[in-house]
Design a protein around this ligand. Structure first.
Ligand code: 26W
Length: 797
């Protein structure tokens, strides 16, 4: 597409789709016009991919996830369709600021964190590979809340991303599926009829997910909840306006908002209704499509692979059995076999509080037939394995992890360490009963968004050195290794990072009115706030460092900027305290004339996908400091390494594999291993011992306890201090001394810019394995047994 053609397409949509003439167009109008111009180029390829899937009778992958943390879509579409040049030139001619248009798009924040973002990376990689697939989820009217700070405290505001027109979705009124809840069951012989007492409609909205070079396009189908019966005119005419609107309001609550918890299951009825709503609609849609092509349901496992993204869609097991037995007359045991060979389950966390267990009473009331089937599935499994020691129903709760395991032919963890811990802890008994069911698929990230798009300076440097095949064959980055010995290359590498840091410093100055020095180490910890991720360990080191600088201000300290980003779940009090303390520490340190040129703290609010795309390319140090054994994988760690930030981290999750790939000498390791942590916890008073042994730690804790960062409310952080001194379940104190040691090694290393640049470039060169393309190919081979389809020729851009 030439710039001229792009310009015409933009102007066409501005006038005929937006109904605006150029003279009166706002940024929003230009963004929409450009979006539609790009979308037009995508739709043809999307349709062609669908046509080929049907024609080739290819097996389809169905990715069921309560979350898709997509972020912005316009730039992703432009980059994958190779239209950036045409877009920039066309807009230049139209005197419209390209960056302003890109920044105007709201993030589709339909997820909490790692799990949701992984789903989005997977969708893009499946399209890039040409794997016929569909993503299924919920079209939340409100995504993850917007975070703003009020006197340092987190305040949540609704994220109504759909208040503006969404250019990247197509409404599908013809894809409307009735969903029931409650009511009663009437058993007839081998099957049953379920008579729900409450009904509503799931209506589909399709978003095309285009891959690199536009070679393939898959669909993300998000369900919106709509009332069976709209507005109640009788009631309205009787003047009972609120009641008239009630059915509508009630139905819409199901897709109104995303639950903002990412580690604690609340056991709320609405959450279970959301899980069943999207899972049932998706399975019905999948069976409708299957039956439009094939008439033997025993073929289902050959033509469909359904992935359950954690236990949130775990009701898929009983629901698929119900659809096969009650609606299609298949024998129960055969139905369980067909379902198991079609379903697979990914576990993303070992945290006990995150493992879903639904109250039997609630399940029985909401989904009476499913509870019956869960009992039968559980009984059948116990009969098959000849023991009753493992059960999916226990002390009045349905355990969704066990149910997912029993109903899946493959179960996977998301990093090598995590998968081993699944086998030795939460799924120990089931692993012994089914030794070949658990496989590992270490996570990955898409290099299109997380390198090519967010870091054009480094991408251009790489492409100039080794060509651009790396974009969809990321392990080609290894070809950079010889270049790392070339001083000129290394200089350009360091210069790219430096310019990214300058840009970020300007943005932080403008948005937060804090001046930071691009010469300093940009030390970044961005992720959800959680005790196991140990943002408070980072804070303790920051405070100890500050106190040390105050002691000897002229000791030639290596300047450092601590950058934090992350949301706390609204109900998670401890996490909200950490947010507040971080802001209070920032206030004191940044205004300390003695130390602020050596140490600053910044905490931009509302961390999301777009902010990550801004921060990661400008980072020198990646904080991956979770308690070993707690972070299933991490994916931010991969994005940082790819963009040349060195990791300071524990042997946890995928840090272990990152360190193996980038080599131990290019990684700042510290802390106890998962086994050592379990050991340490057995020692009573382990925190007190650590504090007694390290005066720096003691002093930092004392500073917090004494109200040094809350002079107007000295007791403000007694909760955090008490927890640290008397509980410290996440062994923050016991890992502190080694963390301090590692941080000082970082200072020393950073003071040698050439060596640092070498280590950074080596991280980039050796991070290719962490592409989500490699991960998806693993799922296709080990879990889905699916092949890529012949893709469409490249988009010529
Ligand atoms: C029921 C509430 C709830 C909601 C979400 C519990 C648990 C979750 C997710 C599983 C939490 C999550 O996002 N886990 C993260 O998944 C990433 C992708 O695999 C991993 O890289 C992270 O280590 C893991 O914490």
């Amino acid at each position: 597409m030439t710039p001229a053609q792009m310009k015409d397409a933009i102007l066409h949509h501005l006038v005929y789709t937006l109904g605006k003439d150029a003279a009166h167009a706002q940024t929003y109008d230009w963004r929409m016009a450009l979006s539609f111009a790009v979308r037009d180029k995508i739709v043809d390829r999307w349709f062609e991919a669908t046509r080929r899937t049907y024609a080739g009778q290819h097996k389809r992958v169905y990715y069921l996830s309560m979350e898709f943390l997509i972020g912005r879509l316009l730039k992703d579409a432009i980059i994958n369709m190779r239209l950036e040049e045409a877009a920039i030139d066309a807009l230049q001619e139209l005197k419209v600021d390209y960056q302003a248009i890109l920044e105007d798009e709201p993030d589709a924040a339909l997820g909490n964190g790692g799990l949701g973002r992984l789903a989005a990376c997977f969708m893009e990689s499946m399209s890039t590979i040409g794997c016929p697939a569909m993503g299924y989820g919920i079209r939340y009217e409100n995504g993850l809340f917007r975070q703003r700070f009020e006197n340092g405290r987190q305040v949540e505001e609704p994220e109504d991303w759909l208040s503006q027109r969404h250019a990247w979705e197509f409404e599908r009124p013809e894809v409307s599926i009735d969903i029931g809840f409650g009511g009663h069951v009437q058993e007839i012989g081998k099957r049953a009829n379920w008579y729900p007492s409450e009904m509503l409609i799931a209506m589909g909205h399709d978003t095309p997910i285009i891959g690199w070079r536009g070679r393939w396009g898959n669909t993300l189908r998000l369900w919106e909840a709509r009332p069976m019966h709209g507005f109640d005119l009788q009631r309205f005419n009787r003047g009972d306006y609120a009641a008239a609107a009630e059915p509508e309001a009630l139905a819409r609550t199901l897709s109104r908002v995303l639950y903002p918890d990412d580690t604690t299951e609340q056991g709320k009825e609405l959450r279970l209704k959301q899980e069943f709503f999207f899972t049932s609609a998706s399975l019905r849609d999948i069976l409708r499509r299957f039956e439009s092509e094939y008439d033997d349901l025993r073929l289902l496992p050959k033509k469909a692979a359904i992935q359950m993204n954690d236990t949130h869609p775990a009701i898929a097991g009983p629901e698929l059995v119900r659809l096969l037995v009650d609606e299609r007359g298949i024998d129960f045991e055969e139905a369980v076999g067909i379902a198991r060979n079609t379903l697979s389950y990914t576990n993303h966390t070992l945290l006990p509080e995150a493992l879903e267990r639904w109250d039997e009473g609630l399940m029985g009331r909401l989904l009476p037939r499913h509870l019956q089937l869960i009992f039968r599935i559980n009984e059948l499994h116990m009969k098959d394995v000849g023991t009753r020691k493992v059960t999916a129903v226990d002390d009045g709760h349905v355990k969704m992890g066990e149910l997912s395991f029993i109903m899946a032919h493959r179960v996977n963890g998301v990093s090598a360490l995590h998968t081993e811990l699944m086998k030795s802890t939460v799924f120990k008994d089931l692993h012994e009963l089914h030794p070949n069911r658990i496989v590992n698929e270490t996570n990955g990230v898409t290099p299109r968004r997380w390198l090519l798009s967010c870091n054009p300076r480094l991408s251009t440097l790489i492409t100039d050195a080794i060509g651009d095949d790396w974009v969809d064959d990321l392990e080609q980055l290894e070809k950079l290794e010889p270049h790392i010995d070339d001083a000129a290359f290394l200089e350009s590498y360091a210069a790219a990072k430096r310019q990214n840091k300058n840009d970020l410093a300007n943005w932080i100055a403008e948005k937060l009115e804090v001046g930071i020095d691009p010469e300093a180490i940009f030390d970044v910890q961005i992720k959800r706030i959680h005790e196991y991720k140990r943002q408070h360990l980072n804070l303790l080191e920051t405070i100890a460092h500050w106190l040390e600088i105050r002691d000897n201000p002229n000791q030639g300290w290596v300047p450092r900027v601590k950058i934090f980003g992350g949301k706390a779940a609204p109900g998670y009090v401890f996490a909200k305290e950490i947010v507040r303390l971080t802001n209070d520490v920032a206030k004191v340190l940044n205004s300390d004339p003695l130390t602020s040129r050596y140490l600053k703290v910044v905490y931009p609010p509302n961390y999301n996908v777009s902010l990550a795309e801004k921060l990661i390319p400008a980072s020198d140090l990646s904080e991956q400091i979770s308690t070993a054994g707690k972070e299933a994988s991490g994916t931010g760690n991969m994005k940082f390494a790819l963009n040349g930030a060195l990791t300071i981290g524990t042997l946890d999750g995928a840090n272990v594999e990152i360190r193996e790939h980038v080599k131990p000498e290019n990684f700042f390791l510290f802390g106890m291993t998962a086994d050592e942590v379990m050991e340490r916890r057995r020692i009573g008073g382990h925190a007190g011992q650590a504090i007694a042994a390290d005066p720096r730690l003691a002093r930092a804790i004392e500073a917090i306890r004494a109200g040094r960062f809350s002079p107007d409310d000295p007791g403000r952080y007694h909760g955090i201090v008490d927890n640290l001194v008397h509980h410290d379940y996440f062994v923050v104190c016991s890992d502190f001394t080694d963390y301090w040691r590692a941080q000082r090694e970082v200072d020393t290393a950073f003071a040698a810019p050439k060596d640092w640049a070498r280590m950074a470039a080596f991280n980039t060169a050796r991070s290719g394995w962490f592409s989500s393309d490699r991960t998806i190919r693993g799922y296709m081979a080990d879990v889905w047994h699916a092949e890529a389809a012949p893709t469409v020729e490249d988009a010529a851009g």
